[in-house]
Design a protein around this ligand. Structure first.
Ligand SMILES: [Mn+2]
Length: 236
């Protein structure tokens, strides 16, 4: 059982000071997939037209997050000064992976920025910064991601509600500066924060298409681990 995980990209000087592009992944994603009973495989950033062929090799997909934002041009907006750094090639590749996975009903978990590209791939949009949305609480916790920052209300019936054992609220971490604005085509919002910020989306009718705005792989609780376990179970 192989679960593909997308990587992020950054330029970092090598030992000679030459700026060197690096593909990387926060280890917690790979550990969470492995703990859930599958073998994680890292997917390097490739041209978008390779996405369908790559998915032939995996049984499920995790679209990871990171410090990069989706280019606003992907949802028809110009870049606001509060938008963060972007990677056209990463987002184009992830958008193609999302569309190919949805097309073939491959189990897909989008995490943080991965939920945002899921929403954008399905023609949704994003607030480029939380400051551009009215009456919004803090979603940037100063403390360790292992600890929660705010609760979310989980609606029922939903995939997420089933996964977490029928609970209506869940404590989540929060390290995002963007949020869903218009919800993508066919997506159902299944968790919201107290300020109405969209915290989870899913695609009814598919086996497992779930996006969460927090990082379940970084939290040690049974409910958060159940999210990765459910992804792997759906891949069987
Ligand atoms: Mn949040």
């Amino acid at each position: 059982m192989l679960v593909g995980i997308t990587c992020s990209i950054e330029d970092r000087p090598d030992s000679r000071g030459t700026p060197t592009p690096r593909l990387f992944l926060t280890r917690a994603y790979a550990d969470a997939v492995f703990r859930a009973g599958a073998d994680p495989v890292l997917l390097p950033i490739l041209p978008a037209d390779r996405a369908p062929a790559l998915l032939d090799s995996v049984h499920a997909l995790v679209v990871s997050g990171g410090a990069l934002d989706v280019p606003p041009s992907f949802y028809g907006e110009t870049v606001h000064t509060a938008c963060g750094p972007t990677s056209e090639e990463r987002s184009a590749f992830e958008r193609a992976l999302v569309l190919a996975a949805v097309d073939r009903d491959l189990p897909l978990l989008g995490v943080c920025g991965g939920m945002q590209i899921l929403n954008v791939a399905l023609s949704g949009s994003l607030h480029q910064d939380l400051s551009l949305r009215e009456n919004t609480q803090s979603h940037q916790q100063p403390h360790d991601k292992a600890q929660p920052h705010h609760p979310v209300h989980v609606s029922a019936p939903s995939l997420l509600h089933r996964i977490i054992g029928g609970k209506d609220t869940l404590a989540v971490n929060s390290t995002h500066h963007q949020v869903v604005k218009e919800v993508g085509r066919g997506l159902a919002v299944t968790a919201v924060a107290a300020d109405g910020v969209v915290e989870a989306v899913e695609l009814p009718g598919k086996r497992f298409v779930l996006g969460v705005q927090w990082h379940p792989e970084s939290m040690p609780t049974a409910e958060q681990r159940a999210i990765y376990a459910a992804l792997v179970a759906a891949a069987h």
